[in-house]
Design a binder for this molecule. Structure first.
Ligand code: 26V
Length: 795
């Protein structure tokens, strides 16, 4: 019997193809079909979305406002299909129209409006807030260009602009009436004791909304992204005088603000444009929040009963001073009241301890771009010092001609959180020890999570199907239920089915690698995956050194019963991060040599597909056997990739860092390959300036590997290519690659042995899935709602 929904869908898709896109079916491209389908799906999102907004309003609900410079969303079509429960009907409808749904899904460009973990976390949080019926807005920037596209030219990273909007974005609903003037520069005067800011420049922030639908379509929130537009669109006078470039110059300048995402994810640069982007987002968001509150008749002195504002790292930390400015200068409130209200509304999440990533603006830059805020920041600092006379002299927001955004965010918030248990302790002890002593209840932990809808249900249909068959429906929104798998792990039939699901994903990945990289790999090999931004602290270098050691060991003894392995890398380097780029080059050089070696053959392959992004993660994560989480202990705030791999049945090889600690606790040491120094041991090891030289001298394997690289074995045309890199390991090994090397080799050997006992491996893999419930972002969001936001679910 023909499916009713499917035939209705066909009608809607055809209507959009003809009437929205002006296209005929015989001439339609896959992109036309995708647009038509996306519009048909969007139509079905709008009613629940509008209803949710109306209910938040009529019930006077407290709302969450999540301020983030990054939302790393990826594709939206399949996500909407899964959450609306329309996947099967749509596949049938597209089939009836002669189209392949998978090809259409693949045609959608990723919305790559983020660098890595922080941006992807924001996207998972948006999905969980919608699933839980937590009334919320995400506020971000509608970058015209997302994170650059990566390609390799003879192994070197190349960057190209990501013009993701080139064919239009069907999910984007422009709201040209929702616009706010964003002032910059200029000077401040005083009139009747009141400060008056006379901005030197003004641009408009125009709202673009994307509906965010939760599981089963029960609630939907809004992701509101701001586009910059000139205050004066066009200078007609210049144009009439024939000065065509000048006539449009204001427009060019304004658009620059939302032109492109900064591709740095761990080194703070102090660029004026970046500060302007941060203020642009924050001011637009706060003006929107206040306008909504006023329209709903909220007494601004009770704003914190209606509004919770979360700052995703310090990037929007100008929210404290901006909220205070709006309350004082626009609403006539005294400073003491304004700061109390701001604190009541604001929360700050810290995502990094790396000193080079902490935002500190030169007071000159800050005072030039935001002169009124400079005054308010000094007022906040003086007020805090007065409230806490015992605050040490070296603690404060403005020190050494710099505005420290971490201290600013801390002082203007009622709660500050870290993103894993270990990280939160380090935030207390190393980042803000003095402020923590003054405010012992302010810092709390909120261990990260990921959405199981995208990261299990959607990306891994074979495993999701097996889970539903085994424990029934409902686990998608109640991930602790994965525990119910545990008794089944004893059954051989379940383990076999688990192994078959994993193998199906590995075959799919192998086929894709064959098509895109021209590389033949054995789907029965151990797939070992490290995907994340390239950074020295994440130690992709340790991974490739081990790979070289393995290659040499196999060559030295090819018949020693090796477990075939495919080592997979993915990730981008910041364009200006020279060492990270050398590491990428080395990985590609090693891959070229290893993959063409007939001696090692299928026993070892190294794969590095370019342009790792959310969509590539959705392919790699379900196909992984082993998850590499090998950062120097104390450096990775949490990690969230680690959780995705665990959920999909890949045990971790990792250090005691970030959320690895909690993963180990949940899954048990027998299902985790632990190695390396602890965060505490790292500190003692560093105290010895010769620690790495000694480690190298004590390790024959490591010496051999470094020797091979230094001799140019992987760069015969340019033998000295990696001299600097090798020298770094010997003499400037800040991230302790050498001291952890032997311990890593041992753990890798344990992984090989475990993998070669298929039954034992399947048990480990399945235990990882069964015990991953804690890492659902639903758990994280519930905790933010009670511990930070004071918001209750609307459903
Ligand atoms: C940092 C910076 C530094 C200043 C310049 C621009 C810029 C842009 C982005 C970032 C983000 C770095 C912080 C980050 O992504 N942290 C990651 O957050 C994840 C979510 O909490 C966490 O799992 C990762 O461990 C952490 O590295």
């Amino acid at each position: 019997m023909p499916n009713v929904t499917s035939s209705l869908l066909q009608t809607d898709i055809m209507r959009h193809l003809t009437l929205t896109l002006g296209q005929t079916p015989d001439a339609a491209s896959v992109t036309d079909w995708r647009m038509a389908l996306s519009h048909a799906i969007r139509d079905r999102l709008l009613t629940p979305w509008l209803e949710a907004q109306a209910r938040s309003r009529s019930e006077g609900r407290k709302r969450v406002y999540y301020l983030s410079m990054e939302f790393l969303i990826g594709r939206l079509l399949e996500d909407a299909l899964i959450n609306m429960g329309l996947h099967d009907e749509v596949r049938e409808a597209m089939g009836a129209l002669g189209q392949d749904l998978s090809a259409i899904i693949e045609d959608e460009p990723d919305a790559a409006l983020g660098n890595g973990g922080l941006g992807r976390l924001a996207a998972c949080f948006m999905e969980s807030m919608a699933t839980l019926g937590c009334p919320a807005f995400g506020y971000g920037i509608r970058y015209e260009f997302g994170l650059f596209r990566q390609s390799f030219d003879e192994g070197r990273q190349m960057e190209a602009p990501d013009d993701w909007l080139a064919c239009g974005n069907p999910w984007d609903i422009a709201r040209p009436m929702h616009r706010y003037a964003i002032p910059f520069m200029g000077k401040v005067s005083t009139k009747d004791g009141v400060s008056v800011w006379h901005p030197g420049e003004t641009v408009y922030a125009v709202a673009h909304d994307t509906p965010v639908i939760g599981w089963q379509g029960k609630w939907a929130n809004t992701l509101r992204l701001w586009a910059a537009e000139p205050a004066t669109p066009f200078d007609l006078a210049s144009f009439n005088q024939g000065e065509y470039a000048n006539a449009a110059s204001a427009k060019v300048l304004a658009h620059t603000l939302s032109r492109v995402l900064y591709p740095d994810d761990s080194t703070y640069q102090g660029k004026e444009l970046r500060l302007k982007q941060e203020f642009f987002l924050t001011s637009a968001a706060l003006q929107d929040i206040l306008a909504r509150a006023v329209a709903e008749g909220v007494d601004l002195r009770r704003l914190h009963d209606h509004v919770a504002i979360q700052m995703n790292d310090t990037h929007p930390a100008i929210a404290g001073p901006e909220l205070i400015r709006l309350l004082m200068d626009e609403h006539g409130m005294p400073f003491a009241d304004a700061i109390t209200i701001a604190q009541g509304c604001l929360g700050y999440t810290n995502h990094t301890l790396l000193p080079e990533a902490l935002e500190r603006w030169a007071t000159y830059t800050f005072g030039t771009v935001l002169p009124r805020h400079m005054q308010i920041v000094e007022q906040i600092d003086a007020w805090h010092q007065q409230q806490h006379p015992r605050r040490p002299h070296y603690v404060g927001i403005v020190k050494h001609h710099e505005v420290r955004m971490g201290e600013l965010a801390f002082i203007t918030s009622h709660k500050v959180n870290g993103v894993s248990a270990l990280h939160t302790e380090l935030v207390k002890q190393t980042l803000f020890p003095e402020l923590h002593a003054l405010h012992p209840d302010r810092i709390i932990n909120q261990t990260n999570g990921v959405t199981p809808r995208r990261w299990l249900k959607m990306c891994n249909p074979p495993l999701a199907g097996l889970i539903t068959e085994t424990i029934g429906q409902g686990w998608e929104a109640d991930l602790d239920r994965l525990q119910d798998l545990e008794p089944h792990i004893e059954e051989r039939s379940f383990r076999t089915a688990f192994g078959a699901a994993k193998r199906a994903n590995k075959v799919r990945l192998s086929n894709w690698l064959k098509e895109t990289q021209g590389l033949q790999i054995d789907p029965d090999a151990l797939f070992d995956v490290q995907v994340k931004r390239i950074h020295e602290y994440k130690r992709q270098l340790l991974n490739i050194l081990e790979t070289i050691a393995r290659w040499k060991a196999i060559r030295d003894n090819p018949t020693a019963g090796w477990v075939p392995r495919v080592t997979i890398f993915g990730g981008k380097s910041a364009p200006g991060y020279a060492v990270a780029k050398e590491i990428i080059h080395l990985i590609n050089d090693v891959a070229a040599v290893v993959n063409s070696d007939p001696v090692t053959g299928d026993l070892l392959k190294v794969v590095y597909p370019p342009n790792y992004n959310v969509s590539m993660a959705e392919r790699l994560v379900p196909a992984a056997d082993l998850s590499q989480q090998i950062s120097t202990a104390g450096k990775e705030a949490s990690g969230t990739g680690n959780m995705k791999f665990m959920m999909n049945g890949a045990p971790t090889i990792g250090t005691l860092d970030g959320a690895n600690v909690e993963i180990l606790q949940e899954v048990g040491p027998e299902n985790f390959f632990l190695f390396g120094l602890t965060a505490e041991e790292v500190l003692t090891a560093r105290a010895d300036p010769d620690v790495s030289r000694k480690a190298i001298e004590a390790s024959q394997a490591l010496r051999d590997v470094l020797q091979m690289i230094a001799e140019g074995r992987f760069s015969p045309s340019d033998p000295s290519r990696y001299h600097a890199l090798v020298n770094r390991v010997w003499h400037h090994d800040y991230f302790l690659v050498a001291p952890d090397f032997d311990s890593y080799i041992i753990a890798q050997g344990q992984a090989d042995r475990a993998f070669s006992d298929r039954d034992r491996w399947l048990e480990m893999a399945a235990r990882n899935t069964a015990r991953s419930g804690f890492f659902s972002s639903d758990r994280t969001i519930r905790s933010y709602m009670t511990e930070i936001w004071g918001v209750s679910p609307a459903i």
